[in-house]
Design a protein. Structure first.
Length: 311
């Protein structure tokens, strides 16, 4: 299945629900989102540390888990003990999920398929086997090709970011040796994703990335997403002005959701003045910006227009 071209798509809306640290807020470690296709397929993106493990009541059924790269704040080296534990700036991350990762724990509990690119699938397959899951449930999506699972098309796109596997996630003697040497295991390049849902909506998930020419030539010019989730955290990813440039000039979606802000971005459901998030919102010129308030569902049509939950 190619993501470009002329097709007939089913009617319906794609539901997007952020799973952050505090209900109704956009907090320092928020990365995780659930995308639900009109056909009911549910995709969990980068569960990180704010999803309270496989027993998090917000998860429900999870058919697919996407992982952009192997850092602990994305795969879940530890996690909160329950939704809303701790505070927006200091979430309670008292539950250790290394070396399994939250991704693997959730995949085993929910019988999910883990979809990743680069050298990550073999790592997750080995973890699934080690912890009595099904290693065949770790699936490869290479750059430029598309995997279709339950009607959702998934392809990886380049992201410019490190992607080492830390020793605590490797585990065992090798993990201890890596930690002692100050090294990480090779996992290949980090990735972003382009998803195509059964109603025709194309979504760009940037992953952790800096500016990269592929955001224009591959994502914007070829895939033409209607919705983008763009990391804005600075230092580790594009900052808010760079991220806004990507959205304004290269990707040009109808709607953009900021992510990975690495700050307490809101208080009482309002964006904090002079925050990175406010800077990004002000710098985006044409796309509609929707703040990912945890637990707040947003529904999107095939063009990326938000038609419900668009406050």
């Amino acid at each position: 299945m190619a993501l470009a071209g002329s097709h007939t798509y089913a009617a319906g809306l794609v539901k997007v629900t952020p799973l952050g640290g505090q209900d109704g807020e956009f907090c320092v470690l928020d990365r995780a989102m659930i995308f639900e296709d009109p056909n009911g397929t549910r995709v969990l993106y980068d569960p990180g540390r704010t999803v309270a493990g496989p027993k998090d009541p917000r998860l429900g059924n999870i058919d697919i888990i996407l992982v952009s790269h192997m850092h602990g704040d994305h795969v879940g080296d530890k996690h909160t003990k329950a939704p809303n534990a701790g505070s927006c700036g200091k979430p309670d991350m008292s539950v250790n999920s290394s070396p399994e990762t939250s991704v693997v724990q959730i995949a085993i509990a929910k019988k999910s398929t883990i979809v990743t690119g680069s050298e990550m699938p073999s790592f997750f397959a080995a973890k699934l086997k080690r912890y009595h899951g099904n290693p065949a449930k770790s699936v490869l999506a290479r750059f430029g090709s598309t995997v279709v699972i339950n009607g959702v098309g998934i392809t990886t796109v380049p992201a410019t970011h490190s992607n080492g596997i830390s020793g605590d996630l490797v585990g065992g003697r090798l993990g201890h040796e890596l930690q002692a040497a100050g090294l990480t295991a090779y996992a290949g390049p980090s990735t972003g994703y382009v998803l195509k849902f059964s109603n025709g909506l194309v979504v760009y998930l940037s992953g952790d990335t800096g500016l990269t020419a592929e955001q224009k030539d591959v994502v914007g010019d070829y895939y033409k997403p209607g919705l983008a989730v763009m990391n804005i955290g600075d230092t580790y990813t594009t900052g808010p002005t760079e991220a806004a440039y990507v959205i304004n000039e290269w990707v040009k979606p109808t709607t953009v959701i900021p992510s990975h802000a690495n700050e307490v971005a809101t208080a009482d459901g309002k964006v904090i003045a002079n925050s990175r998030t406010e800077t990004f919102i002000k710098a985006v010129k044409k796309a509609k910006v929707l703040v990912p308030f945890s637990g707040h569902e947003m529904d999107f049509n095939e063009s990326g227009e938000c038609v419900k939950g668009c406050e």
